[in-house]
Design a protein around this ligand. Structure first.
Ligand code: ATP
Ligand code: LTN
Length: 338
């Protein structure tokens, strides 16, 4: 890093976030998180991680995990993250994450972790593998965050509970050891903070959903995207408007609004007198056009492993520098001999 970058970094507020390489990233990941990540990179000093250690809380095949880590790195670049502006790195390349996670775990209560809805959901889904990592997941996530002393953490609304726990742990340790951590604020988009499954709109769209019609991958081909929207589950009403019990239509309006910038009222007016079929087609087409340039860039980048390697290696160096300072400060204040 040269001096100019260093100086700007110091006056800018900091941002940290991460995404798991647990499958192909979805439209939900894009609208709920990645789009914000891109829009923040000019104003803030941003650290964005591929949270590979989090992905093994559910079983992954080694070859698939490796491919997903590469594809997630390539996607972060394809959506518009610029390694000259943001620090892009792989979580497991920075040893401080697991080290701080252990420490934070010793200041987190069993009861707090038991209340996490993601833990409850995932243990129900993987009843044969309710492992310690799945339970301790929020302490690793808290370490990911607190190591970088960020001001903001841009995430979808499903992560709000984990972020609140992170703030509680930080606050508890700050009271015991005198200002170890900055208390971070969540940064959640107003629209599309929780994109729902296209097959069961009462559930969040998730890349680990086995029903491929339930989610749209950022790199899905146009025909597949159109098919998934045409098949999207709606209701027996016919009017395109926000309403109670209209989860499917509410979700499609949220997606269309996040992409076109139109308000719900404007969308209702646009589709006045038209049926669900026309509306689903319009949403599909808007998504296709939004994702087209991303997919085209992705198809080139995924073949360029040496460029990806250059990006994540230099990102790890910058992340390591910041993270090791925090973890050393914590160890020292807790009484460890350095
Ligand atoms: P999994 O399905 O494997 O649990 P996930 O996609 O839910 O994964 P992550 O990859 O870790 O979880 O999520 C990365 C970011 O995307 C987080 O900020 C999360 O809040 C956001 N996100 C995930 N799913 C959605 C969604 N359906 N709507 C809005 N934001 C989402
Ligand atoms: N738990 C997050 C992914 C994640 C994360 C983080 C998000 C891991 N570490 C740090 C923000 C900050 C999820 O979306 N499932």
């Amino acid at each position: 890093m040269n001096d100019i970058t260093n100086n700007t970094a110091e006056i800018k507020k900091r941002v940290l976030s991460a995404v798991q390489p647990s499958g192909m990233l979805t439209l939900g990941n894009y609208l709920g998180a990645l789009k914000n990540w891109v829009s923040m990179q000019d104003e803030y000093d941003c650290f964005y991680a591929v949270a590979d250690l989090h992905a093994i809380t559910v079983r992954q095949k080694p070859a698939d995990l490796r491919a997903q880590i590469y594809s997630t790195c390539a996607l972060l670049l394809s959506v518009g993250l610029d390694p000259q502006k943001s620090t892009l790195f792989i979580q497991s390349h920075v040893g401080a994450h697991t080290k701080l996670s252990w420490v934070l775990g010793c200041y987190t209560q069993f009861g707090e972790l038991s209340r996490m809805t993601q833990f409850k959901d995932k243990s129900a889904k993987h009843a044969d593998n309710i492992n310690l990592g799945l339970f301790a997941y929020p302490t690793l996530m808290a370490a990911d965050i607190l190591l970088y002393q960020p001001d903001y953490v841009p995430v979808g609304s499903d992560q709000k509970q984990h972020l609140e726990l992170c703030r509680d742990i930080a606050d508890r340790m700050n009271n015991l050891y005198d200002n170890l951590f900055k208390i971070p604020e969540p940064f959640i988009p107003k629209i599309a903070a929780r994109v729902m499954s296209l097959q069961d709109p009462t559930k969040k769209m998730s890349k680990s959903d086995e029903n491929i019609n339930a989610w749209v991958a950022i790199v899905d081909k146009p025909d597949d995207i159109m098919r998934k929207f045409k098949r999207a589950v709606t209701d027996s009403d016919t009017k395109v408007c926000i309403g109670e019990g209209k989860d499917g239509i509410n979700n499609l309006i949220g997606i269309y609004s996040a992409i076109t910038g139109k308000t719900a009222e404007q969308i209702e007016a646009e589709f006045e007198g038209k049926g669900y079929g026309d509306f689903k087609k319009a949403v599909g087409e808007a998504v296709v056009e939004e994702l087209r340039p991303i997919r085209e860039t992705y198809e080139k980048l995924i073949k360029d492993k040496s460029y990806l390697e250059e990006v994540y290696k230099s990102g790890a160096q910058k992340a390591e520098y910041v993270a090791s300072r925090t973890v050393n400060k914590v160890m020292k204040k807790l009484g460890f001999v350095l």
